[in-house]
Design a protein around this ligand. Structure first.
Ligand code: ZN
Length: 429
């Protein structure tokens, strides 16, 4: 078994479930110690940081040939979302290998990239390979709950660990999309939508459930949420989405009408939902509560809405939400800003070259992620972010449904491909 596969397998065997509840999310210390030991074996002196009990983070720096160039950060999170074993075909924390896949929670989100980074970091140190610029490897806790005890904490409290870092790579990108026959595009994330988690509250008149009521908080909230659900935010063709759709159109020969990108998105098969979510802002109701007894009309009804806005749409999104929900709905929210960089420069050229060397004829294309990652924290240090965790996938695999999904798995040959691409990239970038 190759080193990258065996590392990925061992990483999956640590149950690092992050429930968002600090009392139960306790697996990261053991996996972080495992990562630190593997780095020590190879000759590093890892820095271990534990912002809260059992929430481990590990950082090392590999000096490059030209200290004058900005450093590259390669980061990955060690935590995973919960997995209910009764839904799975295999036990989710055993790292089973069957049918050419390594199975388990975290196989693609994102212990595969952690394993690749660890394998390359170890190889470079053992073989005395000096990259062209400093590389900082960071293995992080708590991404699945927003990174408050991982990336976010380190950025606030240990920024010196990222001294001189100008660019970063991590999830979610670098994976292949088979455009036609044997022609693949590799998607590089250059932007992320921002998020706005809203808590909504509607007040009405409480009273006995047997009387006539015209001011029912639950009903008013339900009406507002229904309006929001049927509302479509304006279509905005942002630069990364336009570049992505143009690139796919060049590869397929199917024309792209810039006034009607939705037709082009509909042709993308399993990627259609993911790319479709980056054409507009979205707002989905995720939690709802009101009332406590069958015969009491509640005075208050509450809901949570997961809002996601495109870069440049922060203020407009907020205004439009308030307008659609109407004056009777009180809003409170937490936001994380969108992330965006341009698809150019030496690092991007090196990504394209590394992919081309391992998959001749393939093309790298930028795209926007509808969700968020630790990039949002590192952006606060002025670091440019690219989602690039290289992976070659079989054409029929519905990759996006594996994220946080049942039977998460990574193709073994795709993982080994990713290890070779990452190795090439980190030597030359
Ligand atoms: Zn992830």
């Amino acid at each position: 078994m190759s080193e990258v596969v065996s590392l990925a397998r061992e990483l999956i065997r640590f149950d690092t479930t992050n429930t968002d509840d600090a009392r139960t999310a306790t697996g990261e210390r053991a996996v972080a110690e495992f990562v630190a030991e593997r780095l020590e074996d190879a000759g590093y002196e890892p820095i271990y940081v534990e912002p809260a009990p059992r929430r481990g983070n590990v950082v090392v720096r590999l000096p490059g040939a030209d200290p004058g160039r900005g450093a590259l950060l390669v980061h990955g999170h060690l935590d995973v979302v919960p997995a209910d074993a009764s839904d799975w075909s295999v036990p989710p924390f055993e790292g089973e290998i069957r049918q050419g896949y390594l199975w388990g929670r975290g196989a693609i989100d994102m212990k595969h990239m952690v394993a690749m980074s660890l394998a390359v970091a170890r190889r470079f140190k053992r073989d005395g390979i000096v990259p062209e610029r400093d590389i900082v490897f960071a293995f992080l806790a708590d991404e699945e709950a927003g990174g408050g005890l991982g990336a976010g904490w380190l950025v606030d409290h240990r920024p010196e660990l990222f001294e001189g870092v100008t660019e970063a790579i991590s999830e979610v990108g670098g994976f292949s999309y088979t455009v036609r026959d044997d022609v693949r595009a590799y998607l590089v994330e250059t932007a992320e939508k921002g998020s706005m988690w809203l808590r909504l509250k509607v007040r009405g008149a409480a009273g006995h459930g047997s009387l006539v009521h015209t001011d029912n908080a639950a009903v008013k909230l339900a009406a507002a949420l229904t309006r929001l659900d049927s509302h479509r935010f304006p279509l905005v063709l942002t630069e990364p989405v336009r570049e992505f759709l143009t690139g796919v159109s060049e590869l397929t020969g199917e024309p792209l009408d810039p006034d009607d990108p939705e037709t082009a998105v509909a042709r993308l098969g399993s990627l259609a939902r993911m790319i479709g979510a980056t054409l507009r802002d979205t707002a989905n109701t995720t939690m709802l509560s009101a009332g406590y007894k069958a015969n009491v009309v509640p005075a208050v009804a509450e809901a949570t809405v997961d809002g996601r806005m495109l870069p440049g749409r922060e203020a407009a999104f907020e205004r439009e939400l308030a307008e659609v929900l109407g004056p009777g709905v009180e809003m409170e929210w937490d936001t994380l800003p969108p992330v965006q960089t341009t698809f150019d420069g030496r690092l991007v050229d090196a990504m394209a070259a590394a992919i081309e060397a391992e998959d001749p004829g393939a093309r790298v294309l930028p795209y926007m992620l509808a969700a968020g990652t630790d990039a949002k924290s590192f952006q606060r240090l002025g670091i440019r972010h690219f989602g690039f965790a290289p992976l070659r996938l079989p054409p029929d695999l519905d990759f996006t449904s594996l994220f946080h999904g049942v039977d998460e798995r990574v193709p073994i040959d795709g993982l080994e491909f990713g290890d070779r691409v990452l190795d090439r990239l980190l030597r030359t970038c």
